[in-house]
Structure formats: structure tokens, C-alpha cells
Design a protein around this ligand. Structure first.
Ligand code: N1C
Length: 257
């Protein structure tokens, strides 16, 4: 009896969570299209279907990044040249800023990133079920569905980066440019110097931080990995300055840093 109960419960939970995952994603999709001027090419149901085919029926450690190619192709969005903002280890402050300011656009401010930000999902071998709990996590295995999604979405976002591009890095940690980060391991490698002009590092510091653009060794590595055709700049941006710009929308973006 316990086994039957457990199985029934498991199935019920599986169904419920996939139901709410679909609801969450379709709701986010409609909200995004409403708030950002519906791009008629985007069909939320189609996007959901392409999303599920990336991982449904597969083991939670067996979803490679290219499984998301058809999802990525099913979403249409013009690149926001000169406004694209990358980040590493600064997620919270970056999004607090872009939420208030449309002068910069992160991957999570595009339809694709907006749909899946903060969510967890996985499937199971030879099953049509969708799970949102007990999925393998970032560090459990390389080919887990969430990690693979962010790798492929980040690669596509970086490959589309055009004009003057910025990245917010964390000046309060040892290695602001960390080789294991998605920014270093995926995005920098996908920049296309024929459509991109420059990269500006915004090094976010707290009061008392001693790091400078010149003293940090990891930033030298970043510079060395960039195509020499790209212009490189680095600016120290105190966290308090960003906070001021978040709370005072009358300050022009150009005056924030
Ligand atoms: O590994 P990171 O940062 O350098 O990745 C950030 C980098 C950004 O520029 C984004 O374009 O890669 C992209 N990206 C996301 O957009 C994203 N949204 C949510 C990468 N990861 C993303 N996440 C989650 O944040 C993801 O699940 C993972 O756990 C973190 C990576 O953050 P990080 O190490 O600070």
C-alpha cells in the first residue's frame, strides 16, 4: 500500500509541477509580449513546445547545450546594439538596475532569458513527465538541463552582441573574471568582433575595496582573450553610485558611470 501511495503521489506531484511550469512560462511569455510590444513572430505555445522537446524523455544528466537550439531559433528578438550588458557574480545589482533602466539590456531582459530566469526543470528517461524538483543541479553533472540552457542562451546572446558592449564584474571578489564562469567560458568566446566595437568592464566596488582596473590580474586575462580589434575599457563603479541611479531615475544613464 505504501508503494502504491508513493507512486501515485509521485505521479500526481510530477503532473502538478509540469502543469504549473507550463503556466509560469506561458504567463511570463504573454506578460513579456504585452509589456515589450508584441513581436508577432513569437508564439508562446510554440515556444513552450520547443522548450519541452529539449529535455522531455531524457535523463536529467543527459541534456547537452545543443538540445536547446530549436528553442533558441523559435524565439525572435532584435539585438539591442550598444545597450547589451553582461555580468558575472553581480546578478542582483545588475537586475535591480536594468529593472528600472531600459538603457541596458541583459539576457534576462530578453524574451528567452525572461522566460526561464530562476526556474528549475528536468525530465526523465523514457517518460513524458516534467519535474521542477529533485532535478540534478548545476554542480551534479555537466549536461544538466538548466546549465545547458544557460550555456546555449548565453552563447547566442554573446554572438549577437553588437556595437559598444558592457559587462558588470564584481570588484569585491578575488577573481572578477573567473575562467569557470559562463561569462569567461562561453560569452567572451562567442563575441563577434565584426559586429562588436568595444567592451567596457564596469568593476563594481564597495567602500573600502582596494581593487583597481589596473591591479587585477584576472582582468589582464580578459584583455588578452579579446580580439585586438575590440576596444577595451574598464571603469570602477562604486556600488553606491549604482544604488543612487536605481533610486533616482532622473539621473541620465550616461551620468551613472
Ligand atoms: O557564470 P556567470 O555568472 O558568469 O554567468 C553570467 C553570464 C551573464 O552575462 C548572462 O548573460 O551568463 C549569462 N547567464 C544568465 O543570463 C543567467 N541567468 C541566470 C548565466 N547564468 C544565468 N543564471 C543563473 O546564474 C545560472 O543558473 C547560474 O547558476 C548563475 C550564474 O551566475 P554567475 O556565476 O554569477
Amino acid at each position: 500500500a505504501t508503494v502504491i501511495l508513493a507512486v501515485t503521489l509521485g505521479l500526481t506531484l510530477g503532473t502538478t509541477s509540469s502543469g504549473s511550469l507550463k503556466e509560469t512560462i506561458i504567463n511570463r511569455c504573454n506578460t513579456y509580449l504585452k509589456d515589450n510590444g508584441a513581436t508577432s513572430q513569437n508564439d508562446c505555445e510554440k515556444i513552450w513546445d520547443s522548450f519541452t522537446q529539449a529535455f522531455v524523455g531524457k535523463d536529467t544528466c543527459d541534456v547537452p547545450p545543443d538540445a536547446y537550439d530549436s528553442l533558441i531559433h523559435s524565439v525572435s528578438q532584435e539585438p539591442a546594439c550598444n545597450r547589451m550588458l553582461f555580468w558575472s557574480k553581480t546578478k542582483e545589482i545588475v537586475h535591480a538596475f536594468t529593472e528600472k533602466r531600459s538603457c541596458y539590456v541583459t539576457l534576462e531582459d530578453t524574451l528567452l532569458g525572461f522566460l526561464l530566469d530562476g526556474l528549475t526543470w528536468c525530465g526523465k528517461n523514457e517518460s513524458q513527465e516534467i519535474f521542477t524538483t529533485e532535478c540534478s543541479s548545476w554542480s551534479d553533472c555537466v549536461n544538466n538541463p538548466v546549465r545547458s540552457f544557460w550555456i546555449q542562451a548565453s552563447a547566442a546572446f554573446a554572438a549577437s552582441a553588437c556595437g559598444d558592449v558592457s559587462v558588470m564584474l564584481n570588484g569585491a571578489i578575488d577573481m572578477p573574471f573567473n575562467p569557470t564562469s559562463i561569462f569567461a567560458s562561453v560569452e567572451v568566446k562567442n563575441f563577434n568582433s565584426s559586429i562588436m566595437k568595444s567592451l567596457t568592464v564596469l568593476l563594481v566596488t564597495k567602500e573600502g575595496d582596494v581593487k583597481t582596473c589596473e591591479s587585477d590580474a584576472s582582468l589582464k586575462d580578459l584583455q588578452n582573450q579579446l580580439d585586438p580589434k575590440l576596444k577595451y575599457q574598464c571603469k570602477i563603479v562604486p556600488q553606491s553610485t549604482i544604488q543612487t541611479c536605481i533610486s533616482q531615475p532622473q539621473i541620465a544613464c550616461d551620468d551613472c558611470w
